[in-house]
Design a binder for this molecule. Structure first.
Ligand SMILES: *[C@@H]1O[C@H](CO)[C@@H](O)[C@H](O)[C@H]1NC(C)=O
Ligand SMILES: *[C@@H]1O[C@H](CO)[C@@H](O)[C@H](O)[C@H]1NC(C)=O
Length: 159
C-alpha cells in the first residue's frame, strides 16, 4: 500500500498549506556504492543516489547526489544529514538511519531513510517532499559496496 502523509505543522511559512498526494506509481530511486560500517568510534555510511525525471503529476526533476552520515555516539543516528547534490541539480536531499537499528554485527539490518524535496517546476511557491525507507546492512568488511532501490512511499506537497 502506498501512503500519503500530511504534516499538520510545517516550519515553512504560516501561509503554507500542506496537501497529501499519492506517491507516484513506479517511482523509485537507485542507490549505488552503499558502504557502511562501525568501529569503536561509532558507525558511518556513504552512498550515491539518483532519481529519474518524471512528467506525470507532480512533475519530478532528475537528481543525483552523494550522501553520508555518522553516528554521534553509542552508534545511534538521530537526525537527517544533508546530501551533496551533483553540480547543477536543484532540490534538497537528506538521509538518516532510523532507529531501531540492530547493531549487533557487521552485517546488521539497518533501515535507511531518504527524503527528497524540490520546487514544482510549473507552480511558484509549491514544493514536493518524497520520503522512502529501505532496509540495508552494515556491509563494510564483509561484502563489496551494494546497490539497491528505495521506493518513496510517503509524499506531501506544500503550496
Ligand atoms: C521532507 O519533510 C520532512 C518532514 O517535514 C522533513 O523532515 C524533511 O527534511 C523534508 N525533506 C527535505 C529533503 O527537506
Ligand atoms: C525492515 O526490516 C524490519 C525487520 O527487520 C521490518 O519490520 C520492516 O518492515 C522492514 N522495512 C522495510 C522498508 O522493508
Amino acid at each position: 500500500m502506498r501512503t500519503s502523509t500530511v504534516f499538520a505543522t510545517l516550519a515553512a511559512t504560516a501561509a503554507a498549506t500542506p496537501v497529501a498526494i499519492r506517491a507516484a506509481a513506479d517511482y523509485q530511486w537507485a542507490v549505488t556504492e552503499w558502504d557502511a560500517g562501525c568501529n569503536n568510534a561509532g558507525c558511518d555510511y556513504t552512498f550515491r543516489i539518483a532519481g529519474p525525471a518524471a512528467t506525470d503529476y507532480p512533475a519530478r526533476p532528475a537528481f543525483a547526489a552523494t550522501c553520508s552520515g555518522k553516528s554521534v555516539d553509542s552508534k545511534v543516528f538521530t537526525s537527517y544529514a544533508g546530501c551533496q547534490m551533483d553540480a547543477g541539480i536543484k532540490g534538497s536531499l537528506v538521509s538518516k538511519i532510523n532507529e531501531p537499528a540492530e547493531l549487533l554485527g557487521s552485517r546488521t539490518v539497518v533501515p535507511l531513510q531518504v527524503s527528497f524535496q524540490f520546487a514544482d517546476p510549473s507552480q511558484d511557491n509549491t514544493y514536493w517532499n518524497y520520503t522512502g525507507v529501505q532496509n540495508t546492512t552494515f556491509n563494510r568488511g564483509g561484502s563489496p559496496p551494494q546497490s539497491f532501490a528505495i521506493i518513496p512511499k510517503e509524499s506531501f506537497g506544500i503550496a
